[in-house]
Design a protein around this ligand. Structure first.
Ligand SMILES: [Zn+2]
Ligand SMILES: [Zn+2]
Length: 152
């Protein structure tokens, strides 16, 4: 994820990519979907579903949890956001159109999450699974710790 001052352009860029991806999949990036994606990108760290609901209620008082969850599901299915299981929160994906198995570095202090890709990790996962006669369907790598900014 990018630094604070670049946040606005990053969220605009993410919206543009999201629109292109939805269009090529014949899907619609509705106003609500756009709003939720924008809220996720605007926050410097990860976002919890109930925080999103609070923010949405400011613009639409009738917003309800199922609406938010459906929207989050849509964004996840299209690779536009990721759910971070260990903190039960969401982040925007910086490269939804060039996706690979990724791993996440989660800062305990500032709640920033960096998404990284590694073919080495992918290879280890597939060879380990193969050796155990196991077929992985979903791989989650989340590494908690302290980011460079917070260490300095
Ligand atoms: Zn991603
Ligand atoms: Zn940090």
């Amino acid at each position: 994820m990018r630094k604070g001052q670049k946040k606005l352009s990053a969220s605009l860029e993410a919206l543009k990519k999201a629109e292109a991806i939805c269009e090529s999949n014949g899907l619609k990036l509705t106003k609500l979907r756009k709003q939720v994606l924008n809220l996720i990108w605007k926050k410097p760290g990860y976002v919890k579903a109930y925080d999103l609901l609070d923010e949405l209620k400011k613009v639409d008082p009738s917003a309800k949890p199922p609406t938010v969850y459906r929207t989050l599901d849509f964004l996840m299915e299209n690779g536009l956001i990721h759910k971070i299981q260990s903190v039960n929160a969401f982040i925007g994906c910086p490269h939804p159109d060039e996706h690979n198995e990724c791993y996440f570095l989660i800062c305990d202090r500032c709640q920033k999450i960096e998404e990284c890709c590694s073919t080495k990790i992918n290879n280890v996962v597939s060879s380990t699974s193969k050796n155990n006669n196991f077929t992985p369907s979903k791989v989650t790598f989340e590494i908690a710790g302290t980011c460079q900014n917070c260490l300095n």
